[in-house]
Every structure is written in C-alpha cells, then in structure tokens.
Design a protein around this ligand. Structure first.
Ligand SMILES: Cc1cc2nc3c(=O)[nH]c(=O)nc-3n(C[C@H](O)[C@H](O)[C@H](O)COP(=O)(O)OP(=O)(O)OC[C@H]3O[C@@H](n4cnc5c(N)ncnc54)[C@H](O)[C@@H]3O)c2cc1C
Length: 453
C-alpha cells in the first residue's frame, strides 16, 4: 500500500443527498479540489429534507467555519432569545397550568435552522467536481475483482465507482449490501438481520410547523412564543422552538406508545394525521401546549425507529455515514449534526494528500475508529435522555416532590455534558494524527494487518 500524493486520486460515489451526503461532497470538494471526482446519487427528484427544524450544536457548527459557510448558516438560523442561553423545561401535564422546572444554560447556544434553508445553502457550496444525479435509487452494489464497485439502481441503470459512501439514511441500501456480503468470519451471520433492519423505539413523534401569526391570533401571550421550550409530562413531551427567523415554529410532540419498543411497527412509518389526533393526546397538558397544538398545520406522525449498534461502519472501499450507520433517538437534537461530523471527518480523510486509492480502506478505518465510539455512546445516552424527559423515574405523575425533581434535573443536565467536550474539528485532528501514524508505521508493510477489523 502506498501513502503518497498523486492526481487524480479516485472516483467516489455518495449515495444519498441528505445533510450527511451534501456535507461530505462539500468537504471533499473544498479540500481535494478536482483530485476526487464525486458522483452524488439521490433517490428522489430533488434535494428535499424531511421534517422542519434542526438544532445544530456549537461543536458541529465548528465544521461550518472550516467549510466557509458559518456566516451564511448563522444568518439563516434563529438564535436563542438574548434572555436565555438554553431551553426552558416545564412540568406541563397539569391541565390548569404547568410550571417552569428549570432552564438549561448552554455555554455556547445551538443554532436552530429550517432544514430546507440549510440544504439550500449546502447545495450552493457543492463543488464543480461533483455531479448530482436525481431519481437514482441504489438497490445494491457488486464488487469487481479490480476492486472497483458496480452500482445498481432501481431504474435498471448501473454505474461504476472506486469508493462508495452510504449516506442513504436509516433504511440504507448500502448498509444492507455491505452486511449481506461480509465474510462470515467478520460478522456472525445470525446477527446480520439485526444490523440491517431498523427497530421501532415504541415512540411516536407528531411533527408540525406552525406560522407564528396563527399562534399570535389564538394565544398572544403563549409562553412558547419567545423561547425554546420542553414541555414535559409522564411518557410524553413536546419541544417547540422558532425557526425561519421567527416566522415559524417547529414542534415535535413525543408519545411513548402502548406498543412495546423493539416490536415491529405495523403501518407506515410516516403518515399524515388530523389536528384532532394530536390535540387529543395532550388534553392533560397545560393550556400553552393545547393552544399551540390547535394551530398545527398538516401534522405528521412518525414512528421513531433507530438502528441497533453496528460492529463496523466500513469495509474495503465502502463506508457508511449518518443515519445509515447510527440512526438515534432525537433527544439531543444531534442526528443531523453527527451526520455532518461524520461527513466532515471522512471527507477530510479522503481528501488528505496521504490518502490514495490504495490506502482508502485504511483511511476509512481511521474514520470508523474516531467516529464509531462517540456516535454509539451518544445514541445510548440520547435514549436515556428521552426517558428522563418522560419523567419515567418519578413516583408521581407531575413529580411534585421537590427533591425528586431536583435529582431528575441534575441527571438531565449531566446527560448534556458531551456538547461541551471536543468538536468536529478536534475529531478531524485526531483522525489526521492516526492517518499520519499509520502512514509512517506502515509504509512498505503488509496491507492485511491494516485492513483487518
Ligand atoms: C423527530 C425528529 C427530530 C429530529 N431533530 C433533529 C435535530 O434537531 N437536530 C439534528 O441534528 N437531528 C435531528 N433529527 C435527526 C436527523 O433528522 C437525522 O439524523 C438526519 O436527517 C440524518 O441525515 P442523513 O443525511 O444521514 O440521512 P437522511 O436525512 O435520511 O438522508 C438520506 C438521503 O438519502 C436518500 N436515499 C435514501 N435511500 C436511498 C437510496 N437507496 N439511493 C439513493 N438515495 C437514497 C434520501 O432520499 C435522503 O435524501 C431528528 C429526527 C427526528 C425523527
């Protein structure tokens, strides 16, 4: 294996033009120029991201500075009101009126941005070395003896590439092919299904976007108008925050359903529902929530699915990023942010002068070594955080024992420590050191030892 620079380096196919796929293409373009030829394949006929708002933590927004788009994203995002440095938590399952539980204080506040606004910005930053192909749903890939890969699409067309990155979300076709074609001594064949199939968490999420004007008409003093608020209750919680420069509200209302987690979800994962269905679920919540939900526009119901922990994110010249390898519960608002961090670290590794086609598998392995432990731990902690928001361990419905609520508050705050630790850029620097170490150690050494998982 050689670790030296040379041009052009290789062709890369990115499957999925969601936030992860777009950030990967932008990163490679920014740091490799025309050294890497990118084909970005998207199943649909446009870049359209599901859902409304995303909140991006400061550790993730560091990478936007590196990509030169921070100012633009920042302008398009909605800041926390100057009076607050984090979300307010309320105990809200009291029909006559809830109470403020505590206010979280982030050291640096996250940015809240409408997904489509963000995707539109990313699209402008796509490099000229990237060709975007719409209506290309990957069904599987085959490996050729030469090492290159043949991509098969649902329209019966094919394409070839040197390197394939699956950024194709929770139902990833790349993940499916990768695990179905792994050597049997790498992964226990009886577990393959566990790695391919997403699992239902037992939670339903009702999502809607509400025009600010509408709430102002119904309830001009609604406490949700000015803040990022978590309205908590037993086995339910609602998050609301302004997006699109305060003209819209992003609302996500969570319900732990009767059906047990880990069972198969019957029906469509995402479906349109009536306003009445959403309102009905929160009849026992305080008026601010009920009034807000009355104004819902085209609410949809999402059966929240996640992935089991995967033993690997890469094999050979194929790797997975974002929800394709670590779809997690959204209680840290970190899924899209972590997809971006994967994309940034991986993109920089691929663009690095030390990475050649020969050493791509080693570079992908460095990506896995740096990212897998962090994202899998975040996924576990995010699930635990959801249970805390649902007041699972409180002895009464509203947890009105002061001491109990105080303990619960402490637990929630300590769950969020990860946000202040490290950043996308520090992870990249760690990855670069590992790449340099391997290149130094392994020049002229046996390939197999590096590729072994
Ligand atoms: C209720 C809820 C709230 C959330 N809130 C937040 C938040 O505040 N902050 C945050 O960071 N995250 C949040 N998330 C998580 C976030 O939405 C995801 O983690 C993020 O969208 C993952 O990005 P991705 O690019 O990996 O995948 P996706 O966004 O799923 O993109 C995958 C892309 O691949 C395409 N595709 C799929 N299959 C194929 C195929 N076979 N061939 C070609 N293309 C294909 C899709 O069309 C899509 O464009 C939330 C999630 C939920 C459910």
């Amino acid at each position: 294996m050689s670790f030296s620079s040379g041009t052009p380096k290789f062709r890369i196919a990115i499957c999925g033009a969601g936030i992860g796929g777009l950030v990967l293409a932008v990163t490679i373009g920014k740091f490799a120029g025309h050294d890497i030829h990118i084909d970005l394949y998207e199943a649909y006929d446009a870049i359209a991201t599901a859902g409304a708002g995303i909140s991006v933590s400061p550790r993730t927004s560091e990478l936007m500075k590196e990509l030169g788009m921070y100012e633009e994203v920042s302008r398009a995002s909605t800041k926390f009101p100057s009076s607050s440095r984090g979300p307010k938590f309320r105990i809200s399952n009291i029909p006559q009126g809830g109470f403020e539980w505590f206010q979280q204080e982030f050291e640096h506040t996250p940015m809240n941005i409408h997904r489509q606004n963000f995707a539109d910005i990313l699209k402008q930053y796509l490099p000229s070395s990237c060709r975007l192909h719409f209506n290309k749903r990957l069904t599987r890939y085959d490996k050729q003896l030469s090492g290159s890969l043949i991509l098969h699409f649902a329209d019966d067309s094919t394409a070839t590439t040197d390197v394939l990155i699956g950024a194709d979300g929770i139902r990833s076709s790349v993940r499916k092919t990768l695990f179905n074609t792994l050597d049997r001594d790498i992964v226990d064949p009886s577990k393959i299904g566990r790695y391919i199939d997403p699992v239902w968490t037992g939670t339903l999420v009702y999502r809607t976007v509400i025009p600010m004007e509408k709430i102002l008409q119904v309830d001009p003093n609604n406490i949700a108008l000015k803040d990022f608020i978590l309205f908590c209750g037993k086995r339910k919680h609602v998050i609301s925050y302004p997006v699109s420069e305060g003209t819209l509200f992003n609302v996500a209302a969570f319900v732990a359903a009767e059906q047990k987690p880990d069972t198969h979800f019957e029906g469509r994962w995402v479906s349109d529902v009536s306003n009445e269905e959403v309102q009905e679920l929160y009849q026992d919540f305080e008026p601010a929530v009920r009034n807000m939900l009355k104004c819902s526009e085209n609410p949809s119901r999402w059966a929240l699915h996640v992935l089991n922990e995967l033993p690997l994110f890469t094999y050979g010249r194929v790797a997975l990023i974002g929800d394709a390898c670590h779809a997690m519960e959204p209680h840290f608002g970190a899924g899209a942010g972590q997809a971006m961090e994967d994309a940034f670290v991986l993109g920089r590794l691929l663009a690095h002068p030390l990475t050649t086609l020969d050493s791509v598998p080693a570079a992908l392995k460095v990506y896995q070594d740096v990212r897998l432990p962090l994202v899998q731990s975040l996924a576990r902690e995010s699930e635990r955080t959801g249970r805390l928001y649902h007041l699972d361990s409180l002895s009464t419905d509203q947890g009105n024992e002061r001491e109990e609520l105080e303990i619960q508050r402490g637990k929630i705050l300590s769950q969020w420590k990860w946000e202040g630790e490290g950043s996308a850029v520090s992870q990249w620097l760690e990855a670069e050191r590992k790449l340099q170490d391997i290149a130094g150690l392994k020049n002229g050494a046996d390939d197999a030892s590096l590729l072994k998982l």
